[in-house]
Design a protein. Sequence first.
Length: 665
Amino acid sequence: MASEFDRLMRDLNQEQKKAVLAPEGPLLVLAGAGSGKTRVLTLRIAHLISTGVPAFNVLGVTFTNKAADEMKARVSRLLHQDVWISTFHSACLKILRTDGERAGLKRNFTIYDDRDQLVLIKECLIELKKSDRQINPKGVREEIKRAKDFLLTPVLYAQRVSDPFERVVAQVYERYERKLANFNGCDFGGLILKTVFLFDEHRNALATWQDRLKHILIDEYQDTNHAQYRFTRHLADRSQNIMVVGDPDQSIYAWRGADIRNILNFENDYPSCRVIKLERNYRSTANVLDAANALIECNLSRKPKSLWTEHEEGEKISLYEARDEKDEAEFIAREVRTLVREGRTLADCVVFYRMHAQSRVIEEVLRKYKMPYQIVGGIRFYDRMEIKDLIAYLRAVAYSDDQLSLKRIMNVPNRGIGKKTMEAFETFQRAHSWRWDEALKQVEHIPGIGTKARESLRAFREMMASLRSQASSMLVSELLEEILKRTGYLKVLEAERTIESKVRIDNIHEFFSAAQDFEENWQPTGREDGRVSLLEAFIESISLTTDLDRWDQGSASLTLMTLHCAKGLEFDVVYMVGMEEEVFPHVNSFRPDVRDLEEERRLCYVGMTRAKSRLTFTYAESRRLYGFRQHNLPSRFLNEIPTSLYETITRFSPESDEEETLIFD
C-alpha cells in the first residue's frame, strides 16, 4: 500500500497534499471544478488509516450510492480493508438499525420507498374525504419530503401553514406519520430526521456513535440540507475531526433543499478550522477559466477563489446571435458536423439548456439531419408522457377508429374508468366486432360496468364527439387549448404541486410552440383521396419526427441535457444555448431576493466549467417558447464576461447550404 500511496501522493500538487496530510481537526477544502477533489478525499482517508486511525473510526459520506461505491473501491485497493463510506441515508439506516428503538422503531423496521409513501398518503386523503382530483398525492409527498429536510415534525409543520393546500398536507402528514409508526415503517426523509432526533434526545446514544466515528469526511458539502447538516454537527461535535469538501460556486440544488449557508458558515461552526483551496484546474483551457472566474465573481454569497491552469490559453469563447430558435439549432448541427469532419466525435460534444422544453427544436433539426443524439437525465420531447397523451387526443379526434389512442386517453386524466371497466368494455367491443367509437355509442348496454363508470364513459364519448365536430374549424393550437380545457389535464398537473408536474406543464406549453410553428409553415396539398386537413398533416409530421427505427443506439451520439444534470461531467466541446434574459437566467429568478439569481449564475458557471477546450454561447433575437414568441435581451451573464475573451461568429445562411452534406449515413 505504501508504494502505491506514495506514487499517488507524488502526483498531487501542493494544495492537494496539504489537504491529504493536514493534522486532525476541522478542515474545509474549497475544491474548484476539475481540481481533483475525489482523489484528495480518497487519499485523506487512506492517510488517516495508514497513520494509525482505525478504519472502524472513519465515516465517509457522499450523495449517491455510485459515488460511495467508487470511493470505497479506491480506498479498498489502497488499504486492502473495508471503510464505512456511504450516503447520508445509508449511514442513518445503519445507526437506526442499532439504536432505532430509542427513536420509536423496532430493529426490523421497514423502509418505505416513494411508491409505498403514495399508498399511505392516498389512504390518508380518503380518510380525510379528499379525492385525488382535489389534492394530488405526489404533491403531498413532495411537501412532506421538504418538511423532513428541514426537520419539521407534523406539529411544527402545522404551525407554519400558509394556504389551503398546506393545511391539507398538515392533516395528511400527521396521519401519515401515525400510520408509519403503526406499521413499524420509516421513509427516506425519516431516516435522517429520526437519527437527528435520536441524537437530540438520547445523549448517551450520541456519545456512543461519537466514540465510534471520530473522523467524518463529507463530499459535496455545498449540497447538504438542514437535516444532513444537523446530523453532521452531532457526530463531529466532540472530536471536531471533520473534513468537508465542496464548492459554494457549484451549489445549484436549493430547489431540492440544499442550503449553501452550510458551507459558507463552516468556519463559524468550527472556528479552529483550516481552509485549503484547490484552485488548479486540470480540465479546461485558460480562456474558459478566466471567463468562468469573471462570471462567478459577480456573486456575493461565496468563498473567494480563482481557478487557474497550466494548460494553454486555448480558443476564445464563441458567441453566436441566432435569428430564432431554429437558426440556433441549425447552427449547432452545422458546427458539430464541422467538428466531426475535423476529427472529433459526436461523443466529444454536449448541448446544455436551462429547461427541458428547449430540446424540442434542437431534436427536430438533429432528426432532420439524421444526427444521432441522446438526452441525459430526461426523455426525448415527443416521448414524454404528457406529450404522448396530447398526441393521442389529437389522433383520436382526427381518426375515430384509432383504438390505441382511445385506449390511452380514456382514463387520462383520471375520470373513474378503471381496469375492470376497461376489460368489460373491450370484451363487449370484441364480441360485436365493433370499432371503439361504435362500442362507446352502446355504453348503456355493456354488462359488468357500474353506474359511475358508465356515466364517465358516456361523458367521454360526448366530449370526443364534440371535439371532432369542432376540429375542422380550428387551428391545431386552438384544438389543443380546447382539449386541455375540456379534460382538465393542466389543472390536474397544477394541483400536483411537484417539481415534476411543473416541468410537465412547461412541456405542454412548448407543445403549443410546435403546433404554431407547423401552422405558420404549412402549405395545403391535395391528394387522390381529397384535401389533407391541417390536423392530419400535423399528426403526420409528428409521426415522422418520432420514428426512431433508423437510429443505431450503439453508435456515438451528441449529448443533450439540462444544466442541472451537468455537474460532475466534462466534454471537449460545450454549447450553451438560450442565453437570454427570462430564459437563462430563468424568469423565476427575477425577485428582490438575489439568492435565486445567484443560483442561476452558479448554474451558468457549472455549465462553463464542463468545457475542456471549446465553449460556445448562443442566444436568439426572438424565441418561441411555451407557445409565445419572445424578444428578450441577451443574458446578463454574457455581459459579465470580458469581451476580450469572446469571438463573435458571423451569421450563416442555412438556405444557401446544401442540406444533404449534413446527413449522417
